[in-house]
Design a protein around this ligand. Structure first.
Ligand code: NDP
Ligand code: HEM
Length: 480
């Protein structure tokens, strides 16, 4: 008996020779009946699935969430019900614009997606390393992403397209300021914060609702590269983040984040000076302080990157009882977009794949479809419709979310009216010391190279409105 198992075809038939094709004579040609050869070539042709339309380049790991503080007065979610409770999780970090083979050390927002395998189903928090986003209306998302991807004719990234869009979208100023600041080019993903970014909701056992924002604060501290440093890194390795995260975990140096929430009582949403459901805004810490909830630790690498990270499917639609959505328009659109993307990118039954499968019983009445390898999921063979008299799974009114009062006339409201796009970027700008400001000016000026002057002027006028010193600093950097 060999030490290794014997090789087989995918139908399990033993393989006698995996070195030599079957041929008519030693010089060939090959025989049509060499099914091993045909199977190998056919499988190779099917090794790629479409890359993610955004966030294609990514790095992932498994870990644990541990509750450190009791927040059960805000939410009935079982993941938070006991201090010390641990829940397994998967994270995937990413850049947004680059393709699957892009270099890691690029200036870009980092995706920060977490799948908590809770006892009441998977809860996915699909956030970024920034608390805000470039747009507040989802109708703008495909246009915005087109400006980040390649020009149809040159097949190159286009700074002109980016600044053309941004200079006509003042709501992007807050996120641009973060992207062009030191934190816009992190050395790796152990040294970044993560944010749920949107406002979500919590509801408790008494049927009370709270608005909530999630913050993951790195315990490793922040580390970033200047553009010049990153150029040298990319010259040496395009996989700096993969190398860093993978080797830290292999060496037992497990990265950790402190998980915090900001809580807003439901009625406060009518009172804040800003729209708390606007994705381009934060809730100031002075008004809604961070409340510690737990700790996230990453402690296990995937055994197979493709199966467990590339096929991972995160979706903001995955919430569990006690955690809900909010009126945030972008969040509402994402509830549709991700599961739709997964059905196209991975396949109808993507949630049955081991990495995506909940670690709790799953009972539904979805039937058939390609690659259905799970059989009956209703809990009873004769119950393949609902309602039924054969003991199939039934609804559970105990997990019904409290009703949310909504009013208003259906219309397309101008989201740029009555929104202050300047004060919060100004607050951030004024957090920076002189060195940070100068690097911000330089980064923006560098990113504007080759952009037509009329577009630059439009954008500078917006920076002036944030703070005259912001616009002036960029003008000086552009001259230099
Ligand atoms: P605070 O002074 O209480 O908080 C400042 C926040 O800014 C901290 O969370 C800090 O993160 C973060 N920060 C520091 N440098 C950068 C950077 N280069 N890029 C992004 N974030 C950075 O202020 P406020 O709550 O009143 O907010 C003021 C501004 O701070 C906001 O307009 C917003 O731009 C930014 N901010 C606010 C957050 C919030 O939820 N209130 C969250 C993140 C940023 P850390 O503690 O990790 O150093
Ligand atoms: C990935 C759509 C806004 C974070 C994706 C994907 C789509 C998408 C289609 C690819 C999914 C896949 O194939 O697996 C959208 C739309 C948005 C939006 C339509 C707005 C209308 C946002 C925002 C955030 C975000 C605001 C963060 C706050 C992410 C992350 C991923 C991702 C982290 C990668 C997830 C992973 O690692 O697999 N987005 N997105 N997106 N998006 Fe968004």
């Amino acid at each position: 008996m060999s030490k290794c198992p014997y090789q087989t075809t995918s139908a399990g038939s033993p393989v006698a020779d995996n070195q030599n094709s079957q041929t008519a004579g030693p010089r060939g040609p090959v025989l049509m009946q060499d099914y091993q050869l045909l199977e190998k070539l056919a499988h190779q042709n099917r090794e790629r699935i479409p890359e993610r339309v955004v966030h294609a380049k990514g790095w992932g790991a498994f870990g644990t969430f541990t509750v450190t503080k009791d927040i059960s007065k805000y939410t009935r979610a079982k993941i938070f019900d006991t201090v010390g409770k641990q829940t397994p999780l998967l994270t995937r970090f990413s850049t947004v614009a680059g393709e699957l083979g892009a270099a890691d050390a690029e200036r870009d927002v980092r995706g920060f997606a977490v799948k908590f395998y809770t006892e009441e189903g998977n809860w996915d928090l699909v956030g970024n390393n920034t608390p805000v986003f470039f747009i507040r209306d989802p109708l703008k998302f495909p246009d915005f992403i087109h400006t980040q991807k390649r020009h149809p004719k040159t097949n190159l990234r286009s700074p002109t397209a980016m600044w053309d869009f941004w200079s006509q979208s003042p709501e992007s100023l807050h996120q641009i300021t973060i992207l062009m600041s030191d934190r816009g080019l992190p050395t790796d993903v152990r040294h970044i914060n993560g944010y749920g970014s949107h406002t979500f909701s919590f509801w408790n056992n008494d049927g009370e609702r709270f608005w909530v924002k999630f913050h993951f604060k790195t315990q490793q501290g922040h580390r970033h590269w200047t553009n010049e440093e990153a150029e040298k890194v990319v010259g040496k390795t395009r996989e700096s983040t993969q190398e860093d995260l993978f080797s830290a975990i292999e060496n037992g140096n497990y990265p950790k984040w402190t998980v915090n929430v900001q809580i807003m009582p439901e009625a406060d949403a009518e009172k804040t000076s800003y729209n708390p459901f606007d994705l381009t805004k934060v809730w100031p810490h002075s008004e809604y302080p961070l409340i510690e909830v737990g700790e996230m630790e990453l402690n296990r690498n995937a055994e197979n990157y493709f199966a467990e990270i590339e096929q991972a499917a995160f979706s903001p639609s995955n919430v569990v009882p006690g955690i809900g959505f909010s009126p945030d328009k972008v969040l509402q659109a994402r509830i549709f977009s991700y599961a739709d993307a997964h059905r196209y990118r991975i396949g109808t039954h993507y949630e049955a794949l081991p990495v995506n499968a909940p670690k709790c019983p799953v009972h539904h009445y979805h039937k058939d479809g390609s690659m259905n390898f799970f059989g009956n999921k209703s809990g009873s063979t004769d119950a393949y419709y609902e309602p039924n008299s054969f003991g199939g799974a039934v609804q559970n009114p105990d997990v019904a979310e409290p009703p949310l009062k909504i009013s208003g006339d259906a219309d397309r409201y101008n989201h740029r009216e009555g929104n202050d796009d300047f004060s919060q970027p100004a607050a951030l700008f004024n957090l920076f010391d002189d060195g940070q400001k100068q690097r911000l000016f330089n980064n923006i000026a560098g990113a504007m190279q080759g952009v037509p002057q009329n577009i630059i002027d439009k954008q500078l006028a917006l920076f002036d409105k944030v703070d005259p010193a912001y616009g002036a600093g960029i003008r000086a950097a552009l001259k230099a």
